[in-house]
Design a protein around this ligand. Structure first.
Ligand code: GDG
Length: 465
């Protein structure tokens, strides 16, 4: 069997929890397959060290996985990571052109780091390795590897949404980015909507043609593409649920909130997650349905993320002020409507918190998939499950059709949907939960990995036939 080489911007210790969907999913996949996981160490290199050399790779073995990491210089961190990845690609791919900052230095840094990754990685590769590259930080990595003579199988998976052609076209280098995808053998997206955006872009912006076998021919090359909705590891989650930490959390929550109805939101503090809109809807719920006063309590965990960027700082301030206003306008001596925690919570405690909650609010303005939605459902008691309120703009909405679907921009609609979720009869909750769990079980993280890698194998077989 070929060795799997996974590449992502950040590398996470497979035995340690991290907040962030990609890290969670890749870690679960790698635990089963083993192999190499290559990426940025998360550290900034001393200014005196020379960047980009092979010797700059640090190798650490954890179980069956070799973690190979490189450091970035401060300039690379600022242009590649903060600049192009998170001030251009992240906002535009989440439809936030208003937040994008186009700057030539950013794209130069992005190209440079992708080249540096390619050089460092190339030295570690063996001819049979299957290379699986993840996410928007590394779109041109296959082009750089091919330029070094690498003809291994290379697949790419985009964890975030692909926007419609006219939004994508706002990026000055959009044509180059899309052409870079044609250096892969397989390009995977989260949803059918993303796939449609990809093919529409190619039809409008190139002279290419769609081929019958899930491929598109353009730029003198054919690439296979498709939707591979990411899932969670149900076994790992069941194990977490039985941990002492999860059970303690559940007991404490049930005791503390025995007279209340608990709602939960767990997100990285990111503007794509629709947190201010969620709080406005919760406020509207308290205004319009007074039976929730002194009763409904929203626990919102917002794990700190990308704190070096201004947009995230603005969001932090907005959240502080919205939560403060709801608590001071509606709170009582013995009841605070919102418990807002701007810290990360230990992963082992999450299942207990999910299970103690009657309703989960997963209401992003745009999201590639959203794993929190799936984790919440997996943690429920099937005989008395909670209800998922899910944004129609989360990739997960394509699969989780029995959730209470909402438009997060419509405050009244969302408040009514939360009310419906809080008052849903048990028969309906049980039936919806069973249907949703069947989907989550069929499309778990192992299905995702196997489907992608099998497709990658067949894509290259037909290319070499
Ligand atoms: C990207 C895409 C796509 C959250 N807070 C804490 C914490 N988490 C964990 C959750 C979950 C993960 O982080 C978040 O995953 P999401 O999928 O919800 O979102 P992103 O981080 O934006 O992930 C997304 C995903 O990639 C996978 O492809 O679904 O659309 O944006 O597992 O439980 N974990 C801990 N403490 C926290 O406070 N330990």
């Amino acid at each position: 069997m070929s060795r799997l080489v996974v590449v992502s911007n950040r590398v996470a210790n497979p035995h340690r929890a991290a907040a962030g969907g990609l890290a969670v999913a890749v870690r679960e996949s790698m635990r089963e397959t083993g192999g190499i996981w290559f990426g940025w160490s998360g550290r900034l290199q001393e200014e005196t060290q020379s960047p980009g050399t092979e010797e700059g790779v640090k190798i650490e073995t954890v179980g069956n996985v070799r973690l190979a990491t490189v450091d970035l210089s401060r300039a690379e961190y600022e242009t590649y990571y903060l600049g192009y990845a998170n001030n251009v690609l992240w906002p535009v791919f989440h439809y936030r052109l208003d937040l994008a900052q186009f700057d030539e230095r950013y794209v130069e840094g992005y190209r440079r780091v992708n080249r540096k990754f390619a050089q460092a990685l190339h030295a570690l590769l063996e001819p049979d390795d299957v290379i699986w590259i993840h996410d928007y930080h590394l779109i041109p990595l296959a082009t750089e590897l091919r330029a070094l003579g690498c003809d291994n199988r290379i697949g790419f998976f985009l964890h975030i949404p692909l926007p419609p052609p006219l939004v994508l076209a706002a990026i000055p280098e959009h044509a180059w980015l899309v052409r870079s995808l044609f250096a892969y053998d397989l390009v995977g997206f989260q949803t059918e909507t993303d796939v449609t955006h990809f093919t529409r872009y190619l039809e409008v912006e190139t002279n290419g043609t769609q081929l019958p076998d899930g491929k598109f021919h353009a730029f003198g090359r054919s690439v296979r593409f498709g939707a591979f909705p990411i899932g969670i590891d149900l076994d790992e989650f069941a194990k977490l649920e039985r941990s002492r930490e999860a059970m303690d959390m559940f007991d404490r929550m049930r005791e503390e909130y025995s007279r209340r109805q608990l709602l939960v939101g767990i997100d990285r503090l990111d503007y794509s997650k629709g947190l201010p809109q969620r709080l406005q809807a919760f406020r509207r719920l308290l205004e319009c349905h007074e039976e929730n006063l002194n009763r409904a309590t929203l626990i919102q965990i917002a794990a700190p993320s990308r704190e070096d960027l201004d947009a995230y700082d603005d969001l932090r301030r907005e959240m502080d002020s919205l939560c403060g206003a709801i608590n001071s306008d509606f709170g009582e001596l013995d009841w605070m409507p919102v418990r807002y925690i701007h810290r990360s919570v230990a992963r082992k405690r999450l299942p207990g918190l999910y299970r103690a909650s009657r309703v989960a609010l997963v209401t992003p303005l745009r999201d590639g998939m959203n794993l929190v939605a799936k984790e919440f459902l997996a943690a429920q008691d099937p005989a008395d499950p909670g209800v998922l309120v899910l944004s129609r703009f989360a990739g997960a909405a394509e699969q989780l059709k029995e959730a209470v679907l909402v438009n997060p921009y419509d405050t009244n609609e969302m408040a009514e949907a939360i009310h419906r979720a809080l008052t849903m009869p048990i028969e309906e909750r049980v039936a919806k939960h069973a249907a949703l769990m069947a989907t989550i079980r069929s499309y778990d993280v192992h299905w995702w990995r196997r489907r992608f890698l099998a497709e990658l194998e067949s894509a290259t077989e037909s290319a070499h036939a």
